[in-house]
Write a protein that binds this ligand. Structure first.
Ligand SMILES: Cc1cc2nc3c(=O)[nH]c(=O)nc-3n(C[C@H](O)[C@H](O)[C@H](O)COP(=O)(O)O)c2cc1C
Length: 178
């Protein structure tokens, strides 16, 4: 079983999550940024995990374009999805719809990882919008309004994917018995 984690990221949060996920997996797992992945590379893997951040209510548009461009090869694979965003309550099914209706029900696992605001990596306009939204949220809820990554979600996805990797792993003892 060869597994590929493909991610897109603007300020580096999804990139960090993708690498943290890979570090928790035991097996033949590669992590690669979306812009270095094409259909020929996808063909080499049995299982693809797609990780994208959420911007303005949707998975990052570059990732949506990537999925649509390579949908034929992706739909032949076993798939899992994770999303990273400041609003931990985003509807996962709605986010998945952004990849096209053919992907509905195709994810063996779908996880929301929470998110972070890396203000230092944002442009002026993004920083301005996020600060406004955060302030108004804090006023309404009385809490800081700053999102956090969810370590439990990461653990849970890693556990599920390790289950998949273990399904097909041939243990050394088993080989000897053959
Ligand atoms: C302009 C802007 C819009 C955003 N819109 C959303 C949103 O609609 N929903 C959400 O959950 N998070 C939203 N976020 C938060 C990002 O998803 C979050 O910061 C995420 O951790 C960024 O991941 P990245 O560094 O991999 O790009 C937004 C952030 C910015 C700067």
């Amino acid at each position: 079983m060869k597994m590929l984690i493909v991610f897109a990221s603007k300020t580096g949060v999804t990139k960090d999550v993708a690498h943290a996920l890979k570090n928790k997996l035991e097996g033949d797992v590669t992590v690669e940024e979306m812009r270095f992945v094409n259909d020929r590379m996808l063909e080499l893997y049995d299982y693809v995990v797609l990780g994208a951040p959420v911007y303005m209510g949707h998975a990052l548009s570059k990732m949506r374009s990537f999925v649509k461009r390579y949908q034929n090869v992706l739909l032949e694979k076993r798939l899992a999805f994770f999303f990273v965003g400041g609003d931990g309550e985003s509807d996962l099914e709605e986010l998945l719809k952004g990849y096209g209706k053919l992907f509905s029900g195709k994810g063996e696992f779908m996880v929301h990882m929470g998110g972070e605001f890396r203000f230092e990596k944002m442009g002026f306009f993004s920083r301005f919008i996020v600060k406004m939204v955060t302030k108004s949220k804090a006023k309404k809820t009385g809490q800081s309004g700053l999102p956090m990554l969810n370590a439990e979600s990461l653990e849970s996805l890693a556990e599920s994917l390790n289950g998949v990797l273990a399904e097909t792993r041939v243990e050394p003892d088993a080989t000897q018995a053959l």
